[in-house]
Ligand binder design. Structure first.
Ligand SMILES: [Zn+2]
Length: 431
């Protein structure tokens, strides 16, 4: 049974656009770049949300994840028992970079026409303000819901995702039955996310003078062999599972190729070691443990092949030398791809809310990068949808902006999503 028109009208009536815009502006004006050298962190933004949420009468908790890096947990238990819906938004923003190339003050929250400019307007303080506004509207409306809403206002989404890991470790996610990840997706409903697997290959040879290469063991042929193997692995993935409808092609990208692995290269020095960093992005249908096996097999095969090549060459030159070339591979990041079923109640709720508000069928899409939702999905099996206001290309750019009308619409969609998801299932309600 879907929520009644009366309840919809009542909840929407409590979304005040001016309040939402002011909350967004206040958050944008707080520089929350994690920069220990400059002395900025998520702390003041978290404190601002803490105080705001207390004023609304929410139960609020602040957890210290790391020094000056708190999570704020905003809870509204509309009813004991039932489902628990989490809204997740992060307080950290990426650096503005060179401020002189901005046309607007990165922390000014300037409004021109229907756009607000500033770092975090799009990713994701606007959406954070929208989710808090939606929670406040639901609470103020007095509409009876079955269950609990948790606002996870987390730190460190942009780097190590310490905030969401801490949230999970402390048990906050244990009761969560679904989550809305509040990130700039331009009004799309994203039910899938690319996975990321990052690896480092280290190739050890032997350093020598460039004029006497036979006195050493060059790593370059192994680097070439590995790059070829990585391309073959990519081709295999392009064949199977192939292109995902929402996420596009899987990829195996060698991003950093260095010899020597550290220090200054010199033209007349044959380096003794090398490293390749590989950024692998996966789609549903690829299994990360299989990929790890493939990466390890590539290291072993290329090592054997290059040692053989050196043996043949040395025999030809009637040369004796140690050919103990070694290749190791180390996994640096392993974040699976996520896929929430279209039939899941949270997707049904987001779909219904989006139709209510836009009077159109929603468009489904995928998230190209990992978010805090990746961990909720992977570690706690929580179904997630990622949605929010803001052009998808704008995050991390100069003159970041958000469309205020889309932001207001987003707050309404968030509120209606919760209304639908937590709408009492039995016929016993009095509305
Ligand atoms: Zn973000």
């Amino acid at each position: 049974m879907a929520p009644t028109q009366h309840s919809i009208d009542r909840v929407l009536q409590f979304i005040n656009p001016d309040e939402l815009i002011e909350l967004t502006a206040d958050l944008v004006k707080i520089n929350s770049v994690w920069d220990p050298v400059a002395g900025t962190s998520e702390q003041p933004a978290a404190e601002y949300v803490f105080n705001w949420a207390q004023k609304q009468g929410f139960e609020v908790q602040m957890d210290t994840v790391a020094p000056c890096r708190p999570n704020v947990i905003v809870t509204w238990a509309a009813d004991t028992g039932g489902l628990t819906l989490m809204f997740e938004g992060h307080t950290d923003v990426v650096t503005p970079g060179d401020e002189s190339v901005w046309d607007y003050d990165p922390f000014g929250a300037e409004i021109v026409g229907r756009r607000m400019f500033g770092r975090g307007t799009n990713d994701t303080k606007g959406n954070l303000a929208a989710m808090l506004t939606a929670m406040a509207a639901l609470k103020r409306s007095g509409v009876s819901l079955s269950g609990t809403i948790i606002g996870g206002v987390l730190c460190d989404e942009e780097d190590q995702m310490l905030g969401v890991r801490d949230f999970i470790e402390r048990g906050h996610a244990d009761t969560v039955t679904a989550a809305v990840i509040c990130e700039p997706q331009d009004g799309l409903i994203c039910t899938t996310q690319k996975g990321a697997l990052r690896a480092r290959y280290r190739i050890s040879g032997r350093m020598s003078h460039g004029a006497m290469p036979l006195a050493g063991l060059n790593t370059a042929p192994a680097v070439a062999g590995l790059i070829k193997r990585l391309h073959e692995l990519e081709l295999k993935a392009v064949d199977d599972p192939g292109q995902d409808d929402h996420l596009g092609w899987p990829s195996f990208t060698p991003t950093v190729i260095q010899a020597p692995a550290a220090g200054t290269p010199q033209l007349n020095v044959m380096p003794g070691d090398a490293q390749i960093l590989v950024d692998i992005r996966t789609v549903p249908g690829q299994r990360h443990p299989d990929i790890v096996n493939d990466l390890e097999a590539a290291a072993a095969d290329v090592e054997r092949q290059i040692r053989n090549d050196y043996l043949e060459y040395d025999q030809r030159l009637k040369l004796e030398r140690s050919r103990d070339l070694r290749i190791n591979v180390e996994m640096l990041t392993d974040r699976p791809c996520t896929l929430t079923d279209r039939d899941d109640p949270i997707v049904a709720a987001a779909d219904w809310a989006s139709r209510q508000q836009t009077k159109q069928a929603p468009t489904y899409a995928g998230v190209p990068g990992a978010t805090d939702g990746t961990f909720l999905w992977a570690l706690k099996n929580i179904p997630i949808v990622t949605m929010g206001a803001g052009d998808r290309q704008v995050p991390h750019q100069v003159d970041e902006w958000v469309d205020l009308d889309q932001l207001i619409e987003t707050a309404k969609i968030y509120a209606l999503t919760a209304l639908h998801y937590l709408w009492p299932k039995s016929g016993s309600r009095v509305d």
